[in-house]
Design a protein around this ligand. Structure first.
Ligand SMILES: O=C[C@H](O)COP(=O)(O)O
Length: 251
């Protein structure tokens, strides 16, 4: 039992028809896998449809974002309780597209992580450096600040209840994956940082890698000691590719 997790982030893609076809093709091969927990995160409007299609499959449902408040006058936003009620197990928090395109700060991301925990969801904290930050040598500082903001708010027990996903921004949707060694180095750093608070809980925190994970590079990434699975974007929209990635995690 490898205990790995693979989460598909569909981003702003899909339709009622495309979702049905994707899951029809994806669920049968996944049914045979053991030792891997799989989830998919469709856009908000499709959560109910996808939740119903996943019923009995063992594949979990996740959302891509949430508001930090429980409810109120926040037009266009969605609260953690609503996601929970629709059957979500996971919710992504602080994806780099949220940070860069929608101005989400480390502080706001921490508030969202806390709100998700309070509702009984498993928040997936996304962290990662830009290409410029990697080039100027600030990867470690950037990741540390992103992780510490959440650690300070919810403590190590809070983080360990959820998941952390390292997604170098330069590897997202670009086809350029971090090498297994590059990814492992950052994962080891995250584990060590969490370990300053509690070594056991740090060891138990799932650390996923995301950024151009494909069927042909997944196994090498998942073989790294501190990589506990993947957060998959583009390849999660192709049933055969996503199934192969899940298969690599199940080994
Ligand atoms: O949430 C997923 C990541 O942004 C990775 O996306 P990608 O697999 O298309 O590079």
């Amino acid at each position: 039992m490898s205990g790995k997790r693979v989460i598909g982030n569909w981003k702003m893609n899909g339709s009622l028809d495309a979702n049905r076809r994707l899951l029809q093709e994806l669920l049968p091969p996944l049914a045979a896998l053991t030792g891997v927990e799989v989830a998919v995160c469709p856009p908000f409007p499709y959560l109910a449809q996808v939740g119903a299609l996943l019923e009995g499959s063992g594949v979990a449902l996740g959302a891509q974002n949430l508001h930090a408040a429980e409810k109120g006058a926040f037009t266009g936003e969605v609260g953690a309780g609503m996601l929970k009620e629709l059957g979500c197990r996971y919710v992504l928090v602080g994806h780099s597209e949220r940070r860069s395109l929608f101005g989400e700060s480390d502080g706001l991301v921490a508030e969202k992580f806390e709100a998700a925990l309070a509702a009984g969801l498993l928040p997936v904290l996304c962290v990662g450096e830009t290409l410029a930050q990697r080039r100027d040598g600030s990867t470690e500082a950037v990741i540390a600040a992103q992780v510490r903001a959440v650690l300070q708010r919810v403590g190590i027990a809070g983080i360990a209840t959820g998941v952390v996903a390292y997604e170098p921004v330069w590897a997202i949707g670009t086809g350029e994956t971090a090498s297994p060694e590059q990814a492992q180095a950052v994962h080891r750093q995250i584990r060590a940082l969490l370990g300053e608070a509690d070594r056991e809980l740090a060891a138990a925190t799932p650390l996923l890698y995301g950024g151009s994970v494909k069927a042909d590079n997944a196994a090498a990434l998942f073989a790294q000691p501190d990589i506990d699975g993947g957060l998959i974007g583009g390849a999660s929209l192709e049933a055969a590719s996503f199934a192969a990635i899940c298969q690599a995690a199940a080994r």
